[in-house]
Design a binder for this molecule. Structure first.
Ligand SMILES: Cc1cc2nc3c(=O)[nH]c(=O)nc-3n(C[C@H](O)[C@H](O)[C@H](O)COP(=O)(O)OP(=O)(O)OC[C@H]3O[C@@H](n4cnc5c(N)ncnc54)[C@H](O)[C@@H]3O)c2cc1C
Length: 592
């Protein structure tokens, strides 16, 4: 069975040598010195490796079970959930006023990667609760916050997000679930939601559903959607859990992966609900927490890829097949380990350079979220909004590809369930679909984010890369390996944006046909930037004689690989984008 070792050292390197969090001007970051984050990450790593990882295959094999309206989670999940609660892991970055520990989101993103890498399906119960917590925290009245948040922070009550209906997932304006106002100020919610993650289970005393619904008589389409708190059990003003509300699970889905997470059909039959935020402003309320939620899903892509890579690496060192082309390396054995073969090296380097680069990208994104929340920095807010679809779409697409590549290293054994490699690929697949399918992320990036605020965040991003390259140029060898490729990739990104500006107005198909390539082009530029930053930090460490030279030299070598072998993908994406929409749209639907 696969194992998982938390990448504590790598996270410490990113937090302290690259992002330099404890020297940051963001309030609360001064607490994050290396000893403190090291202690937290070590502890989280132990839980991930010792408690959650052993349950990953159990969850996959057993799945969830629906019996008489009750969903039973796989063996061991409930005990592990209690351990997470008792350790305070569920409220790490939550508001201390409601029992949280008030830590920055960047730290919770690091621990979140560990928990997810060890067991994605399990960690989603807490992840969904955090999403619902954030929405109530941002939009609830003081009374709502006092009533719901403390028990959600501790995960005594878990949360869900109910958007999707059978006939609408992306186009939520088509929603049919109704919310009828009552004289006492509550609403009666009626309708059906599908695919609701953690919609019903046996690990918490209550479940707080956040439900999007339409108030009759409101505006048509998406503008008429409001957000409601709908608990499984009603709660009185003293916080006591009382009668069952009119919400029930209709079914749980059989699905490709994340079997340990219950994906539920939820039926609302005149269930009592409470308006969260303003009437008809439900989508706006959802959007305020979207950056965080989408970053969390992007992180899932890289977390699973990291776990798959760790196991593929072990296998590549163990499995004996063939001989190195340059002569036997395992002379006393019948064959060499497959890690000697250049093609296996390529696959491992692709995975390693993605996981480490993606981790830096995700933690940088989390730091931007902290910055915008804790300081109100409009530039950070603009930048994270722009990068959110890239974080979500690029990291999950690549995360899946890398999980498949890890499976490939096992040959036929990767296809056999016993080794657990197929689970990584199956689990990683959903992150490309939910929280806005990746095609829709690309649409959001090109259709909205690129031109948002007069294109200021995009211009700021290009200027930042230009300034960064200028500031760090001067060492010929380093420039050739890092600065020049980064400049060239960034130029491709600007040329693509320019193509959209020049051609998208005439024919919007020219912009949207290139949107997916643009999202990937953008992702590569971000990882190129991250690798250049990491290589610079590693170079500085070596120069100051920090010791552990193998770690820093490996960083630089892995960065060189990314810049030489992965970043050139930007040329291909640019070529596709500038070929426009004609070849994409050439066929009549009837001629496919
Ligand atoms: C395991 C699982 C868990 C989930 N958990 C939750 C949850 O907790 N809560 C919740 O509310 N939902 C959840 N979902 C639902 C998920 O978010 C939706 O499935 C997803 O948003 C896509 O919606 P859809 O399935 O209706 O696809 P559709 O909206 O029908 O889209 C189909 C395809 O068309 C593309 N597409 C749609 N519109 C456009 C457009 N305008 N331009 C270009 N392409 C377009 C999409 O990218 C997609 O590839 C979950 C789904 C699954 C499978």
């Amino acid at each position: 069975m696969p194992s998982y070792t938390a990448p504590v050292k790598d996270m410490q390197f990113i937090l302290h040598d690259v992002l330099k969090v404890s020297k940051s001007d963001v309030p609360g970051f001064d607490e994050l010195d290396a000893d403190f984050t090291g202690a937290i990450l070590e502890e989280a790593g132990k839980i991930a490796g010792e408690v959650l990882a052993p349950l990953n295959a159990v969850g996959d094999r057993e799945g969830c079970r629906l019996e008489n309206g009750v969903v039973y989670t796989p063996t061991g999940f409930k005990d592990a959930f209690d351990k997470m609660r008792e350790g305070g892991w569920t409220g790490l970055d939550c508001d201390p006023e409601y029992g949280g520990q008030g830590m920055p989101h960047v730290l919770a993103t690091a621990t979140g990667e560990m928990f997810t890498g060890a067991n994605m399906a399990f960690t989603m119960y807490q992840g969904l609760t955090h999403g619902a917590y954030s929405a109530i925290h941002a939009h609830g009245t003081d009374a709502q916050k006092a009533k719901w948040l403390p028990k959600m922070v501790s995960c005594e009550w878990t949360g869900t997000m109910n958007l999707t209906e059978p006939h609408c997932g992306t186009d939520l304006g088509l929603m049919r679930t109704k919310a009828e106002p009552q004289e006492n100020g509550t609403y009666k919610i009626t309708g059906q939601k599908i695919f609701i993650s953690a919609g019903e289970h046996d690990m918490s005393e209550n479940i707080v559903h956040l439900v999007l619904a339409k108030i009759p008589g409101g505006p048509d389409g998406i503008k008429g959607v409001s957000l409601f708190i709908v608990p499984k059990f009603l709660v009185d003003d003293e916080g006591n859990v009382g009668a069952r509300n009119g919400v029930s699970v209709g079914n749980i889905e059989e699905k490709m992966g994340i079997h340990g997470n219950a994906t539920c059909v939820m039926n609302y039959d005149a269930a009592e609900g409470y308006l969260l935020g303003e009437e008809h402003k439900g989508m706006r309320a959802m959007f305020t927490m979207m950056n965080e939620a989408r970053l969390g899903v992007g992180m899932q892509g890289l977390a699973v890829a990291e776990a798959a890579y760790q196991n593929a690496l072990e296998y590549a060192k163990d499995r004996l097949q063939g001989r190195a082309i340059t002569g036997p390396e395992n002379k006393d054995g019948p064959a060499d380990p497959i890690i000697v073969h250049p093609d296996i090296r390529r696959a491992l380097m692709d995975q390693k350079s993605f996981a480490e680069g993606g981790r830096a990208f995700a933690l940088w994104g989390a730091e931007m979220i902290d910055r915008s929340h804790r300081t109100g920095d409009a530039e950070a807010e603009g930048l994270i909004s722009l990068l959110t679809p890239v974080l979500k779409g690029f990291l999950t697409d690549q995360g899946f590809d890398m999980s498949v590549l890890a499976q490939q290293i096992y040959g036929g054994h990767g296809y056999i369930e016993e080794h657990g490699m197929s689970q990584f690929a199956r689990d990683a697949r959903i992150a490309m679909i939910y929280e806005g399918a990746n095609g829709v992320q690309a649409l959001d990036l090109v259709g909205r984010k690129l031109a948002a605020n007069g294109g200021k965040p995009a211009m700021a991003f290009f200027d930042m890369i230009k300034g960064f390259c200028k500031e760090n140029a001067g060492d010929e060898e380093f420039d050739k390996a890092f600065i020049e490729p980064l400049k060239s990739a960034s130029k491709h990104l600007q040329e693509a944006a320019m193509f959209f500006m020049q051609n998208g107005m005439k024919n919007p198909n020219h912009a949207l046909a290139g949107s997916y390539d643009f999202m990937h082009l953008f992702g590569h530029v971000c990882l190129g930037l991250m690798w250049t930053k990491m290589a610079l930090a590693a170079k500085a460490k070596l120069a100051e004689g920090a010791g552990d030279t193998a770690f820093y030299e490996t960083k630089i070598a892995t960065g060189r690989y990314y810049m030489a072998r992965r970043l050139p993908a930007t040329s291909m994406h640019l070529a596709r984008i500038t070929s426009g929409a004609d070849s994409v749209m050439a066929l009549d639907a009837a001629n496919f």
